[in-house]
Design a protein around this ligand. Structure first.
Ligand code: NOJ
Length: 770
């Protein structure tokens, strides 16, 4: 965790000195960590068991209690933190109840799901990851922290770093894709950006990395399903991003809803104690996910609430989220001796430590501020960071196809804009859009209109609904039944298509915004099909028949199976859900004001049957070899092997060439380094950026190693005709892996270095580790 300053400790003591029975002041010269410990110990000794248990409860607004009732519970010392309350004016009375009315005046902390922006919404996780641009990602994190803290929030339930290889899982949208190295880099970057210079700064928030662990590997991509995984795969591929976040100092860890090899994460001592705390040295707070402690009964590992509470606290869940079981059961469990009070104390120490690190003992209103300074309009334009949102969103767009240089478009042309996502403010925001307001997002229609500025003509026709499947619409609207998100145009499909075709015939080019509504890629939105829904596919088929150039602007929160689109579209831009400034950012790319530079952070399969389709798969005894007969090799015989679009893939409006790989030497001494370099040249006519990717393959080892693994990358911008040498330093750490005994080793032998602009089109060289 970030180090604290003594000033914070001193101020904290001043605050408590005003209370009855203030703790003894630690010596003024104590080091920060000792000062914190002394402070926490003093406070803990003054707490009753009930007050301690109260600190272990994280309660949601809207969870069945009125705000008045909540304030009374807080005053009674029965709540330690609040989530889903997101304005200073709302949080202040709750904090008042804690610091003025509770016996020990212990401040609350306020948390929220700030996943890809707060008031200003940035692209969803997959979009941010597509930028491969750590500065852009850090910018999104910093803005999130500034906006969230200005709303009185202290902690965010982010980053979400679950590796996923199965796009059927709806939460694929929230994460950063399939690769352990890329996701770990992003995890580190976001923790640093959210927590800032110090977690006790007024514009920093504490990061709570989630979902620990392996939630992205739920069987069949079905949400909340079980995870069954070999330890080697876990250590090698799925655990590194959580560890990276912990090493970067994340103060919180949210525990996953799934089970792992037969034991729910929320009752998993190995996970929360042996791995997280003992091996990784995590000393922050472990928080259960929503209702997860009661769910131990449904998992079938606890007979009742009492056993569930015991399992969770003993496994290492410090705070229970939206769950009454700690309150109801822990007092009796301690009284009967079934749970040691020392176990409760350890959890409480961590919660108090978190509040201390957040600077809340020094100033409980550090982020809430004074009432006089409350914004008159919480959604005021002046509170947004539109420029940052637009610039980050531009980096997240991935050009998948561009036949005959259909893009960029001419803004003097007549453009037929069609599709259910062309003018869909709420969908621009994507899932978990925090406090973002749909009405403040720029839709594609608005973005194009403004960019054309009257120079050309923009025709618009909806053309289709997201889906015509009434059951699906009901499902997607279930959570918001009073404010349906998926609004159906009541006209018959043929009428809508005819209108779109008529517009297309009058136009020079068609731009079709198609894909998923944001709720289709969300928690609890697992899919069995990955195609563009039929209603939209029929529209696309009719548009194709007009013979006009067809540009697809895809909006979706997971890889889709795009075989038809790939064969029929003239150009295709993957825009994910691009946030508040999405419409402007997409227009910037469509008109060539920004040259696309995004690369896929996850493979796109040809069909659902190919899943999982990750690039870094293990080798097999009968591999399929491109160009050779497939019989008795590992492949599906009905369609080509491999993904439709590989990991790391993405085009530009310019062209790049890569020289052969040069190695500084052919052998790598065990403690030495080796340089691999390539010359990257912009051979086209526009300035642009691309990502040079370094992959390594271990040719022979004591256990099977993947066909290749990403080890490093550089995003490079070049003027037309310019070139640069991109250098990567390789040492033993890049060759390490977990062996059969889960030891991290680098075994001597042959390695291949592969450098390319995606994971498939690579240049090779090889060296030996001595
Ligand atoms: C449940 C989700 O799984 C988790 O990601 C989220 O942070 C919590 N609810 C709180 O909203």
């Amino acid at each position: 965790m970030n180090t604290l300053n003594l000033l914070g400790a001193a101020a904290a003591l001043t605050l408590l000195a005003g209370c009855t029975a203030a703790p003894e002041a630690p010596v003024a010269t104590a080091a920060p960590a000792q000062a914190k410990q002394a402070f926490v110990d003093n406070l803990l000794h003054r707490m009753t068991l009930d007050e301690k248990i109260g600190q272990l409860r994280l309660i949601s607004i809207g969870g069945g209690m009125t705000r008045e009732r909540l304030a009374d519970e807080i005053a009674a010392g029965r709540i330690g933190g609040i989530f889903n309350s997101v304005t200073p004016a709302d949080n202040r009375p709750l904090q008042d109840a804690a610091v003025s009315r509770s016996r020990l005046h212990i401040p609350l902390f306020f948390a929220y799901d700030v996943i890809h922006g707060h008031r200003t919404v940035f692209p969803i996780g997959l979009g941010l990851a597509s930028s491969w641009d750590m500065q852009a990602i850090a910018r999104s994190g910093r803005v999130s922290a500034i906006e969230a803290s200005a709303d009185g929030l202290d902690m965010v339930f982010a980053p979400m770093v679950d590796i996923t290889r199965d796009p059927r899982w709806g939460r694929t949208s929230e994460g950063f894709g399939e690769d352990p190295h890329l996701v770990s880099e992003i995890a580190r970057t976001l923790v640093d950006a959210l927590q800032g210079e110090s977690t006790s700064a007024a514009d920093s928030v504490m990061a709570s990395v989630k979902h620990f662990a392996l939630y992205g590997a739920v069987e069949g991509g079905r949400d909340y399903n079980v995870v069954d995984m070999s330890p080697m795969r876990m250590y090698q591929d799925y655990l590194p991003p959580y560890r990276a976040a912990v090493e970067a100092g994340a103060g919180g860890v949210m525990v996953a809803l799934n089970s792992i090899n037969g034991v729910p994460a929320s009752a998993n001592r190995w996970l929360l104690q042996d791995l997280l705390r003992d091996d990784w040295g995590f000393d922050g707070v472990a928080i259960s996910d929503h209702g997860a402690i009661s769910e131990l009964i449904k998992h079938g590992v606890a007979r009742d609430g009492r056993e569930a509470a015991r399992l969770a606290i003993e496994a290492g869940i410090d705070m229970s989220m939206a769950d009454a079981l700690y309150l109801q059961e822990l007092p009796g469990l301690v009284a009967s001796g079934d749970v040691a009070e020392a176990t409760i104390d350890a959890a409480v120490r961590r919660v108090l430590g978190l509040k201390y690190d957040l600077g809340l003992f020094a100033d409980p209103y550090l982020r809430i501020g004074k009432a006089a300074d409350d914004p008159a309009d919480i959604n005021a334009e002046s509170r947004l960071h539109r420029q940052a949102a637009r610039e980050v969103a531009r980096t997240s767009l991935v050009l998948l196809e561009n036949r005959n240089r259909t893009l960029p478009l001419d803004r003097h042309a007549t453009i037929a804009l069609v599709g259910p996502l062309a003018d869909a403010p709420i969908d621009m925001m994507g899932s978990w859009s925090a406090a973002g307001v749909a009405g403040q997002s720029v839709t594609l229609r608005e973005g194009l209109q403004q960019a054309m500025d009257g120079k050309g003509t923009l025709l618009h026709a909806r053309g289709a609904n997201i889906t015509d499947d009434a059951h699906m619409v009901d499902y997607l609207n279930f959570l918001n039944w009073d404010r349906p998100e998926v609004k159906q145009d009541p006209r018959p499909a043929e009428v809508m298509i005819a209108e779109a075709v008529a517009a297309a015939k009058r136009a020079d080019v068609i731009v079709a915004a198609v894909g998923e509504s944001r709720g289709m890629s969300h928690e609890s939105s697992s899919r069995t099909r990955l195609t563009i829904p039929d209603s939209q596919r029929k529209l696309l088929e009719a548009l194709k028949k007009t013979g006009k150039p067809l540009v697809l602007v895809l909006m979706n929160g997971r890889p889709l199976a795009l075989t038809w689109a790939q064969q029929n579209a003239d150009a295709m831009l993957e825009t994910w859900f691009s946030g508040t400034e999405g419409g402007h950012a997409i227009a910037d790319v469509l008109f060539g004001d920004y040259n696309p530079s995004g690369k896929l952070p996850i493979s796109f399969p040809r069909s659902v049957g190919q899943i999982p389709t990750y690039y870094n798969h293990l080798r097999v005894g009968r591999p399929f070899v491109e160009g050779k007969p497939g019989n008795y090799t590992s492949q599906y015989f009905e369609e080509p092997n491999g993904p439709l679009y590989p990991f790391g893939y993405g085009l530009s409006y310019t062209d790049f060439s890569l020289s052969p790989v040069r190695l500084s030497q052919r052998t790598l001494p065990r403690d030495g380094t080796l340089e691999a370099s390539v010359t990257l040249r912009n051979t086209g006519t526009r300035a642009g950026a691309t990502v040079v990717q370094l992959y390594i393959r271990d040719e022979s080892a004591s256990v099977i190693r993947p066909v290749k693994e990403l080890k490093d990358f550089r995003k490079v911008h070049l003027e037309p005709g310019a070139s640069t040498v991109v250098r990567f330093e390789i040492d033993r750490n890049d060759l390490n892996f977990f062996d059969a005994q889960l030891r991290r080793v680098a075994e001597p032998g042959e390695f291949s270095v592969q450098i390319g602009l995606d994971s498939e089109a690579v240049r090779h060289a090889s060296f030996k580790l001595l």
